[in-house]
Design a protein around this ligand. Structure first.
Ligand SMILES: Nc1ncnc2c1ncn2[C@@H]1O[C@H](COP(=O)(O)OP(=O)(O)OP(=O)(O)O)[C@@H](O)[C@H]1O
Ligand SMILES: [Mg+2]
Length: 1022
């Protein structure tokens, strides 16, 4: 039994380390007693600054200090406060040397490092701070060491979402002493002009406004009411990040011109001034700017006083106090009178303003209003009763007594469709294979959460659920969530933690069994009230409002408690399966066994879950489950038997990753190969190298792919694995074909197909239920088809594809998507745009169903180019570009020169010569590994050269195109090159003369079934 103390907890905290520069030199040159005085002075200064910003000094180590933010209680803006503290600290320390006994010329400066992360905190005796453990502590300390004189550095993840609040240097990848992985961090120089989170969003660029029609309508109604000449109030209410400020800003932009708008914001920083929102309002009402000097403030005030006599003079003192020109009255003054003088003065200013034009007074973040501001607002509301003023409040709080009786609009989270619009705008290089739905669920439709989650995605070109794994909770959200959770009474928080361990969705029954609490509903009701969970169906299943909340809560669950809860969940799930007679939920059981530390069973369940997913073509889930099984297996002491299991699992995982190649796959497969060789298991080693060859092929690294296919083939043969050897001949042929080595490719493809036919004949002896659908041959046939098509041998190409598709039958397998994708490419090579388009749509539909993002992207390039050729629609060009970018971002290079070639051509005809040239060059850069688009790229360069957009001679480019086409024996390309040459009217180019050449070309194209080009040749002739 592990005993845990209450004063120990897990927490995400922000850690700030600061050190005095050149402390050793100071010691060397000073008397120890003077050094003590210096340290004393330094400590006093630093501690005062930290206290003022709401942080805590955790400890001093000599000249260094560790400050914490968010311990023991989180606040929404811990990271921001920490940066501001550090900047103030550096400023406060600068110049201290004038007051302290330091050697001549010595300057007191700090260097600091800031990092936020998970720590385990144990409270020390007598409130002497915390003992903090965790990698986060080291990272902050090492970053501080790295920081130069008077420099402050912060890790990227700490200031994610806050960067715009500060002026910073570009980020750098740092190697920190003792740390294996590199850390991305940047130097923070000073505060920027941006003052709040919304300002930061504005600086990053707001996406277009989504939805909110009804709310804007209500705002307009209320404005009309105010125009009638009386104070009208509207409270805009909603949870953090739901879009209150955005709505108010949108409204401001729409009404600008017709009315005056002044805005004040409340702040929850410990160093925020009382009456801050009204000081801002006054400032704007007097026409002052953020950068106005003291002289300008005095001038604006006296202009106002002069204009509005005699009231002006009466209010002058109060106004100058609000403007900070004069100190506040002594504590002995009558607070009511002081307050009243502010109400009268400000009321006077605002009512004068509203005489000129109706006035909109916006007060945002009102939930943080200080007492004085609330009283002032109450007074103003009475005073401005009869003025054409619209008072708009933005607040998280729906029941502010001050606003009771006034209407409110409550902003709701986005619907799924609205979320999808935001995601599309924020992730331009994404494919939507369930991605939008997954992000919507994580965010609960909250616009801020949506934005931050999109920005924190680990993959720049996401496509689905899987790509969200590994995404960290951005600090801007973590704060909001932690504050909400910490407000809960302990009994309720405990239930929430148990629920988080169960998952994003949990049933009442399982939660009851896990917590041992039978009457749970009243506690859950409090969580619903607190906006943390909601009921899914009646009251038997609940869901976290955003799964981000679940992640934050889960992370706070202490390890022993976590293990206990996971183990209880395993029992509850098994019991419920027994009671209902339903099959065991393997995925959940695997997850909970892993969490409970029962890794052996976790492996078994996850593998079963993976198999189930794979058989239902849910490859992303299968990959996830096999990954979980592999990770769980790593936790066990591996004996040879478990090592074999590990290798077999890698193979299953690789098979499930077949259509989503990524560079990361290579490492783990290499390990599997090495392990297999160590175990002298040559068959397993062959299989691993086979997968290496496949992924190198799919990523477009044909030289490596060819090497691996050869290595694997040798191993498969010596292991006597005929099936694998046959498949490897095909793979080798495919890689050679992609590399443009067509003759060699054909030899291997044909040998492989023969071998495949032999093995499948042998397989026919088996009963139908045991026969496997042949998948390798159809794909190889489709690759062979592309090769023939490039050479202009279209009938043979279609024969191959037909044979392949027939072998596949109508099983709707993912490989059918790939074959159709290749068929679409073949049709484009022939100039059959409409057929290419419809084939690509079919390919895409298949790939979308089986979660094959690669095939989706590839078919989008085909459909994009086909539509461009048919309709010249700019959207189709955008589709093509989008898909190519996605492939590039993912590092997928298979046949990408084909896409580059077409993209360059489309861009050139769209009048974008620079982009066209750029993509043509990218195609050429792939020369040694991928040649299919090479000559097309040269042809585009020739066109651009004729138009004067690229230097060089068009005929030289066409000559290069010819060499590339000749090397591949591409009769099709050679004809296209001649057509271009003829178009350029190079009389000297053809001995027989251009006209005769064009006539000949027209026949050649007809012979290849390339009617589009035959017509083109004819039209040049005409
Ligand atoms: N209707 C919308 N369309 C597009 N983006 C939106 C919309 N509403 C909000 N956003 C974006 O979501 C982010 C959060 O919105 P906003 O800052 O207005 O939330 P808030 O409700 O004011 O939050 P808080 O309570 O923390 O002040 C902003 O970047 C904003 O631009
Ligand atoms: Mg706001």
């Amino acid at each position: 039994m592990v005993v845990t103390k209450v004063s120990e907890f897990r927490r995400h905290a922000v850690l700030l380390f600061a050190d005095l520069c050149e402390f050793t030199a100071l010691n060397e040159a000073s008397d120890p007693e003077d050094v003590a005085l210096v340290l004393h002075g330094l400590r006093n200064t630093v501690e005062a600054v930290v206290r003022a910003h709401g942080g805590a000094v955790n400890e001093w180590r000599g000249d260094g200090v560790l400050c914490t933010f968010g311990l023991p209680r989180a606040s929404e803006n811990d990271a921001r406060h920490a940066v501001e503290t550090a900047l103030s600290m550096h400023a406060a320390v600068r110049g201290l040397e004038r007051h302290l006994p330091v050697p001549k010329g010595f300057e007191i400066r700090l260097h600091s490092g800031l990092h936020a992360g998970l720590v385990f905190a144990s409270e020390r005796e007598a409130a002497q701070g915390y003992d903090l453990v965790g990698d986060a502590v080291n990272t902050a300390a090492r970053l501080c060491e790295r920081a130069g004189r008077d420099e402050l550095w912060a890790t990227e993840e700490t200031i994610e979402g806050l960067k715009e609040l500060f002026e910073t240097e570009p980020p750098e990848l740092l190697v920190l002493k003792g740390k294996k992985s590199m850390v991305q961090a940047r130097r923070i120089v000073r505060r920027s002009e941006v003052r709040d989170r919304f300002g930061a969003s504005q600086r990053r660029g707001l996406t277009k406004l989504i939805g909110r029609e009804t709310a804007l309508w209500t705002l307009n109604q209320r404005l009309s009411a105010a125009l009638g000449g009386s104070l009208t109030v509207l409270n805009v209410v909603g949870s953090p990040g739901v879009g209150k400020t955005r709505l108010l800003e949108e409204f401001r932009a729409r009404v600008a011109g017709g009315v005056s708008v002044v805005t004040g914001r409340c702040e929850n920083a410990p160093n925020a001034k009382p009456l801050k929102p009204f000081i801002e309002v006054l400032w704007q009402a007097l026409g002052l700017q953020a950068q106005s000097t003291k002289a300008q403030i005095i001038e604006a005030l006296s202009a106002h006083v002069r204009q509005f006599q005699p009231a002006g003079a009466a209010h002058e003192a109060a106004l100058s106090r609000l403007l900070g020109l004069e100190a506040m009255p002594a504590l002995s003054a009558n607070p009511e009178l002081v307050q009243q003088s502010f109400v009268d003065a400000l009321g006077d200013v605002l009512s004068h303003l509203s005489v000129e034009r109706p006035l909109v007074l916006m007060l945002d973040d009102w939930q943080w209003a200080d007492d004085a501001s609330r009283q002032l607002l109450g007074g103003l509301m009475r005073l401005l009763q009869r003025a054409p003023v619209l008072l708009l409040i933005g607040s998280r709080d729906a029941d502010d007594p001050l606003l009771a009786g006034h209407p409110a609009v409550t902003l709701q989270p986005f619907t799924r469709e609205e979320s999808a619009e935001v995601i599309a705008a924020l992730l331009p290089v994404a494919l939507d294979l369930g991605l939008k739905q997954a992000i919507h669920e994580r965010s609960g439709g909250n616009p801020l959460f949506l934005e931050e989650l999109c920005r924190a995605l680990p993959n720049a070109a996401p496509a689905g659920d899987e790509d969200l794994v590994g995404g960290k909770v951005p600090p801007t959200l973590r704060g909001i969530i932690q504050v909400r959770v910490e407000r809960l009474p302990e009994a309720v928080a405990q239930v929430l933690r148990a629920a988080a361990v169960i998952g994003s969705e949990f049933s009442l029954g399982v939660l009851q069994r896990v917590t041992g609490i039978s009457v749970l509903l009243p506690l859950l009701e409090q969580l619903v009230q607190g906006d943390l969970i909601h009921a899914v169906d009646s009251e038997s299943t609940f869901r976290f409002k955003h799964s981000t909340t679940r992640d934050v809560v889960y992370e706070s669950v202490r390890l022993p408690e976590r293990r206990r809860l996971h183990a209880a969940a395993v029992l509850a799930l098994e019991e419920s399966a027994r009671a209902t007679g339903l099959p065991e939920p393997h995925e959940e059981l695997g997850y909970h066994c892993a969490g409970a530390g029962d890794h052996q069973r976790a492996v078994r369940f996850a593998e079963l879950a993976g198999d189930e997913a794979a058989i239902s073509s849910s490859l992303d889930r299968a990959r996830q489950q096999y990954r979980i099984a592999l990770d769980a297996l790593e936790k066990l002491d591996l004996n040879p038997e478990l090592e074999r299991l590990w290798i077999a699992l890698v193979s299953k995982w690789a098979a499930a990753s077949l259509y989503s190649p990524a560079r990361e796959h290579l490492k783990i497969i290499e390990r599997a190969g090495a392990r297999a060789l160590r175990l002298l298991d040559i068959a397993a080693a062959a299989r691993a190298e086979y997968w290496l060859g496949w992924f190198c092929y799919a990523l477009g690294e044909q030289e490596l792919a060819i090497e691996h296919c050869r290595g694997a083939l040798e191993k498969a043969r010596s292991a006597g694995d005929q099936r694998l050897a046959a498949q490897l001949l095909l793979n080798l042929g495919q890689s050679l074909a992609a590399a443009g080595k067509y003759d060699e490719a054909l030899t291997h493809l044909e040998a492989g197909l023969d071998a495949k036919r032999r093995t499948s004949q042998a397989g026919r002896a088996k009963p139908a239920s045991e026969r496997r659908t042949p998948l390798g041959a159809p794909y190889a046939l489709a690759c062979k088809a592309l090769l023939h098509a490039d050479r202009g041998e279209f009938p043979r190409a279609y024969e191959c594809i037909d044979e392949g598709l027939q072998t596949l039958g109508q099983i709707g397998h993912a490989v059918e998507g790939s074959c159709l994708g290749l068929l679409g490419m073949v049709q484009l090579l022939q100039g059959r745009w409409a057929d290419g388009l419809s084939t690509a749509m079919r390919a895409q539909a298949t790939a979308e169903r089986v979660n094959g993002p690669y095939v989706v992207a590839m078919s989008k390039t085909v459909s994009g180019y086909a539509r461009w050729m048919l309709e010249r629609d700019p959207d189709s060009l955008a589709e093509l570009l989008h898909a190519v970018r996605w492939l590039e971002e993912r590092g997928i290079g298979l046949y990408i020169s084909y896409n580059y070639g077409y993209l360059a051509d489309a861009l050139a005809s769209a009048g974008q010569p620079e982009a066209a040239r750029d993509y043509a060059m990218r195609a050429l850069a792939r020369k040694t590994v991928d040649r299919i688009g090479e000559s097309a790229a040269y042809r585009t360069l020739a066109r651009l050269a004729v138009q004067g957009h690229v230097p060089g001679c068009a005929t030289d480019f066409l000559e290069q195109a010819r060499q590339s086409a000749a090397a591949r024996k591409s009769v099709r390309e050679l004809a296209l090159i001649d057509l271009d040459l003829a178009k350029m009217a190079g009389e000297r180019a053809f001995p027989m003369g251009v006209e005769a050449k064009l006539r000949e070309l027209s026949h050649v194209f007809q012979g290849m079934g390339m009617d589009f080009y035959a017509r083109e040749a004819a039209s040049v002739l005409a």
